[in-house]
Write a protein that binds this ligand. Structure first.
Ligand code: MG
Length: 444
């Protein structure tokens, strides 16, 4: 029987792992054998409407159990809360989770604990959007700007962005919102694909997938680099020959280099006209990125998928260290912190090209870029969302790509919900796939 004041009754967790390392999908210079995984949670309520909030942190295999434990450490902040209160103001829960003084010691606002906060906060937004009957991008784009600003934690940001500035950025974008929403629904948001460029693929597979990407409408592809320079030169040559001169080729070193090596290696690949060099060095090295940027121009510098919070993004922008900001839907503290990051990027005039791929990251992050287009930056120019063509079949509302563009989701929610049979099969190590696959005693 529905409760008169519905509450969150459970936060259930799942350790879900996919055996992607066996096909070298996702392989790069730093991560040669990822098993794409989700530390997954479901918020259940006694509202009687059948709605749940789904969220997850993305990991690449070992340690997914640690990430699940971090999510479970937040359970007491969530269970028992009023559904209406948390959905009307996810920012209040966000502040409670970030502000748990004992758990804060494990960060602050970085690493496993912060990713757990992000997973829980994103699950609340999923539930809020389902209750509103809207896809999340639309809920955000139609929201009152003052309410959106109130969702942002400006602590540590006010030297770069004030609430008043955030409000004026959102107010400025109100003009033309309806036309942009219609255009987004008609055409979709530009994407680019990393599927051809995994380091473990042969040159033939790379060239074939690159040609298929262009034939499929993509105007940008990405190649992993950084393990061996001679290999990178050969692979870049093959890719450029496959796609011709007009398709953008981005390069991604996945943090492999020190600063000087990042500069020399990128310059050694300059003849293939790379559009950006991604994660040239440590994601914490703000000044290192700034030095690389100066040295490798006109090749752009991009980073963000491992940038741990809004404060490091603030510094990357203040130091003019990046040309392209690659926020990730599941790395920082959830939608609220990503609103802060989108606002910072808008203030500094730096395009956001989100990191995606993984498990469900394309599904999540499209909502943030679509909100940004309709109600904040107002432009697609030099903006593309990463796309990788695998694991989408495990989601109830998978991304839809047409002519190299992400079509706008229409289902209510954050597109975060995984299929029940996929959860059952890939729960580690007891799910159907792993139980059949792992010999007894081979649990790792
Ligand atoms: Mg990357």
């Amino acid at each position: 029987m529905p409760s008169p004041t519905p509450r969150i009754t459970a936060l259930d967790t799942y350790d879900i792992r996919f055996p992607t390392s066996r096909s070298l999908d996702g392989s790069d210079a730093m991560n040669p054998d990822p098993d794409y995984s989700a530390a997954y949670l479901v918020l259940r309520t006694d509202a009687g409407d059948g709605l749940e909030g789904h969220g997850f942190a993305f990991t690449i295999g070992r340690g997914n159990d640690v990430q699940v434990a971090a999510i479970e450490a937040l359970r007491a902040h969530v269970v028992g809360r009023s559904v209406a209160e948390v959905c009307d103001d996810p920012g209040s829960l966000n502040r409670a989770l970030v502000g748990d003084s004992q758990l804060r010691w494990l960060g602050p606002e970085k690493g496993v604990m912060h990713m757990a906060v992000g997973a829980v906060v994103n699950a609340v937004w999923d539930l809020a959007a389902k209750r509103a009957g809207l896809p999340l991008w639309r809920l955000l784009a139609e929201a009152d700007p003052a309410w959106l600003v109130a969702q942002v934690d400006f602590r540590y940001l006010s030297d770069a962005l004030t609430p008043q500035e955030a409000l004026s950025l959102l107010a400025r974008a109100r003009e033309g919102r309806g036309e942009r929403a219609a255009d987004l629904i008609a055409r979709g948001y530009p994407g680019y694909t990393t599927s051809p460029g995994w380091l473990g693929y042969s040159d033939e597979k790379l060239a074939r997938l690159a040609r298929e990407a262009v034939a499929g409408g993509f105007t940008q592809i990405k190649l992993k680099v950084g393990a061996d320079l001679a290999d990178d030169i050969r692979r870049c040559r093959a890719a450029r020959a496959a796609v011709g001169p007009d398709v953008r080729i981005a390069l991604d070193a996945n943090q492999r280099w020190d600063v000087a090596e990042a500069v020399s290696w990128t310059k050694a690949l300059a003849e293939f006209d790379p559009y950006w060099i991604e994660e040239p060095t440590s994601p914490d090295d703000v000044l290192g990125h700034a030095a690389v940027r100066v040295a490798v121009a006109p090749v752009k510098v991009a980073t963000g998928e491992h940038v741990q919070n809004r404060i490091v993004f603030k510094q990357l922008l203040q130091a003019r260290a990046i040309d392209v900001l690659q926020l990730d839907a599941a790395r920082v503290g959830g939608v609220n912190e990503n609103l802060a990051i989108l606002l910072l990027a808008a203030k500094f005039g730096v395009p956001v090209c989100p990191h995606a791929g993984g498990v469900g990251l394309c599904e999540l992050v499209q909502h943030l870029s679509m909100f940004d287009y309709v109600a904040l930056s107002g432009t697609y120019e030099d903006r593309v969302i990463e796309y990788v063509d695998h694991l989408h079949e495990h989601f109830l509302a998978p991304t839809v790509i047409r002519d190299g563009r992400y079509l706008a989701p229409t289902a209510p929610g954050f597109s975060a919900q995984m299929r029940g049979d996929s959860i059952a099969a890939y729960t580690y190590p007891s799910g159907g796939f792993w139980a059949a696959d792992l010999p007894s005693g081979a649990r790792v």
